[in-house]
Design a protein around this ligand. Sequence first.
Ligand SMILES: [Zn+2]
Length: 167
Amino acid sequence: MTGKTHASCGLLVGALTIEYFQTDLFTSITVITLAVISSLLPDICHAQSKIGRRFKIISFIVRKLFGHRTFTHSILFMAIIAGLLYFIQSPIYYLVTIIFGLLSHVILDMLTPRGVKLFYPIPISVRFPLVFKTGGLVDGALASALTFGALYVLFQPFFIELISKWL
Ligand SMILES: [Zn+2]
């Protein structure tokens, strides 16, 4: 999937997290930012990705060490990040938004023909039975739908008020 699709999904994860935990404004902004970063982070192994271009050296090291779409797209990676966050006693809403952001990335990549090495270091590619081409029509539609979903969750009280005024 494109970086745009991943970021939209991250936005939705962040919106749902702040909705669920009812966080204050400052925390909410942090939660959404972390979700979007996490939703892009696994592609640090890819030099041409949004995040890979920004952190060239880290991207290079990760790619040399593990290859593309392997370690950073695995359950192992998510478990290590969760462990680290737990260790530094990160608030639960930060932990949730980061882990679900990462998870959203992996799930979306499982919808592409190439799949992901979910069980790295076990070298099997995992993907859904139904897959879509990156940058294709479905990818683009998915990005729009996810953004719309995120905006709806974020502005839900406003929408409800608007509708109730009209009725
Ligand atoms: Zn990826």
